[in-house]
Design a protein around this ligand. Structure first.
Ligand SMILES: NC(=O)c1ccc[n+]([C@@H]2O[C@H](COP(=O)([O-])OP(=O)(O)OC[C@H]3O[C@@H](n4cnc5c(N)ncnc54)[C@H](O)[C@@H]3O)[C@@H](O)[C@H]2O)c1
Ligand SMILES: N[C@@H](CCC=O)C(=O)O
Length: 520
């Protein structure tokens, strides 16, 4: 399979012509299928097609309906949770080696279906082929990582000092029970895989709900577990939107793994903290990620290219996309000039076109948010590049740079999730760091500086869970399982420990201290 990662996706591209052609054929086949893909629920091993239908259009051509999901109501969600509950006793007692072996079998399905999966990702999200193949490769990397982690930790059993010569003491991590897993639209395979694989390998059972913007990707993800030996009811799928998500959070689940926007995630945290007892919510949320460029940056071209790659890859729809460039006085004008030039060269197009650097945004509501933000930027600041529609029958918008906004302007504080970067001038590193940290979020951040003291200060003072120094592939992006972790601080994460990290799996288990005294 492709060795592309998010660190190489914008530096090397896909670099495989044969794979590219196969992808184009598959995407064309999916687009010309004639009827939308039917995306129902999967509960206790059965396909269920009940509930009102909802349509998902191709973001590259909004007139083309590509998938049709079914909305699960509270009753269906309860059925899925009951199925997961019934499957729990056997699954939680299954030896961790066997759980890992079962999960590892999905690798064959990922390999076999990788071209189809990449095309499906483009079909529903509009991401480019390079981004799509990288996401499929990430799924495999996640399975390997979590299986290796649980094996290396010997199933999370830690021997402790016995209190007496005739006793034994262990501390073990045991599954909580049934986890609701709720995914966002932007990485519908990899993020779903990350949360689900972690829950399952730790012995929990799962009810998974994909985004209503990606019902077919959600279905394809669940199908990767077909035939791998996962017992019936261990993984269940319900389709739907926020109401289905609310029903899942309101059902008899023991925990929630959520990735999405901060308001939704924080609401889950509040809800699961209420009596009679606290239940875990692992919420990975949004970002407003800064890249600081200082007078000591050196190669400004590299810094400008890295900011553009990070900001505009997937049209700004990555949680850790750079959406603020904070630039110190001495290099401001020079940096802006280069960033404008590089941004103007990037091609926004239907991903069937191999020259597309990025595709459409996900929906018409994203286009509306883009237009409102541009209007505000024109009113309160300056639009340097872009600001308009990028044409075509889909949700194509121009890659946009704005500056001269007043201090603490909402466009420099709120997550927009569209391709708009605000550039902010700072007098020095003190000011740059204060500006970088003046947000509710703390997901990722980058700096371009060749001054070791500046770099040390950045590492010491920046409030973010993922940091990069001089990252050419994407100032604040490029997280890959095994190389970085997805830890969000402040409003970007509920746990302070992120996906792929050495302490992530622990969160899907609760500790039990076991002391056994021998009978004389
Ligand atoms: N930190 C991370 O690792 C990470 C990764 C990817 C995306 N994100 C964040 O996700 C967001 C983009 O994804 P999105 O637009 O799909 O997010 P979203 O919050 O709108 O939706 C995420 C999921 O929650 C469901 N949902 C939405 N509102 C709900 C409600 N009121 N009650 C219950 N469920 C609800 C959706 O149907 C979807 O399945 C951005 O904020 C982005 O930064 C974070
Ligand atoms: N893993 C991705 C970001 C995921 C968030 O949406 C990257 O770093 O490129």
């Amino acid at each position: 399979m492709s060795s592309i990662t998010y660190a190489t996706v914008y530096t090397q591209g896909l670099g495989d012509d044969e794979k590219s052609r196969a992808y184009e054929r598959e995407l064309t086949r999916l687009r010309e299928a004639g009827s939308p893909r039917a995306c129902g629920h999967h509960i206790a091993g059965q396909e269920i097609d009940s509930g009102p239908a909802f349509d998902r259009a191709d973001p590259s051509d909004a007139s083309r309906v590509v998938s049709r999901g079914r909305l699960a109501d509270g009753e269906l969600v309860d059925r899925a949770v009951a199925a997961a509950r019934e499957a729990l006793p056997d699954w939680r007692r299954t030896d961790y080696h066997q759980r890992a072996e079962i999960l590892r079998r999905t690798l064959q399905a990922i390999e076999r279906r990788h071209v189809e999966l990449a095309a499906l990702l483009t079909l529903e999200t509009g991401k480019t082929r390079a981004d799509a193949f990288a996401e499929v490769a990430e799924c495999a990397a996640i399975v390997e990582l979590y299986c290796n982690q649980v094996t290396a930790a010997e199933g999370f059993v830690v021997a402790h000092r016995p209190p007496s010569p005739t006793s034994h003491a262990d501390v073990v991590l045991l599954p909580y029970g049934v986890f609701g897993v709720i995914s966002p639209f932007n990485f519908p395979l990899a993020i779903s895989f990350g949360m689900t694989a972690a829950a399952l390998i730790m012995g929990n059972t799962v009810v998974f709900k994909p985004s209503p913007l990606t019902p077919a990707c959600g279905q394809a993800f669940a199908q990767l577990f077909d035939g791998v030996g996962l017992p019936t009811g261990v993984l269940n799928l319900v389709q739907g939107g926020s109401e289905t998500g609310q029903a899942l959070a309101g059902a008899a689940v023991d925990g929630i793994a959520f990735t999405g926007s901060a308001d939704v995630g924080l609401d889950f945290v509040a809800r699961f903290g209420r009596p009679p007892f606290v239940r875990p919510v692992l919420a990975e949320m949004g970002g407003k990620n800064p890249a600081i460029v200082t007078d000591a940056a050196g190669d400004l071209d590299t810094a400008a290219r890295a900011v553009a790659r990070s900001a505009f890859g997937m049209s700004g729809q990555k949680c850790n996309a750079c959406s603020r460039a904070i630039v110190t006085d001495g290099v401001y004008d020079d940096f802006i000039e280069r960033l404008c030039a590089i941004t103007s060269e990037l091609v926004v197009a239907d991903p069937i076109d191999a020259s597309a650097f990025t595709g459409p945004v996900i929906s018409d509501s994203s286009v509306a948010r883009f237009q409102e933000s541009v209007a505000l930027a024109r009113q309160d600041g300056r639009v340097l590049v872009g600001g308009g529609s990028a044409g075509g029958p889909g949700h194509f918008v121009e890659l946009t740079l704005v500056d001269r906004l007043p201090s603490a302007h909402p466009l420099t504080r709120d997550e927009l999730f569209v391709p708009i970067v605000s550039v902010v001038r700072a007098g020095d590193l003190d000011e740059a760091l204060a500006e970088a940290n003046a947000i509710r979020y703390g997901l990722s951040a980058g700096i371009f500086s060749n001054d070791p003291r500046e770099r040390e200060r950045f590492l010491d003072e920046i409030e973010a869970g993922i940091v990069f120094l001089n990252n050419p592939g994407g100032a604040t992006t490029g997280v890959w399982p095994g190389s970085q972790t997805m830890s969000g601080w402040k409003g970007s994460g509920s746990a302070g420990k992120g996906g792929f990290g050495p302490w992530y799996l622990h969160q899907f288990g609760r500790e039990q201290s076991r002391t056994v005294f021998d009978v004389a």
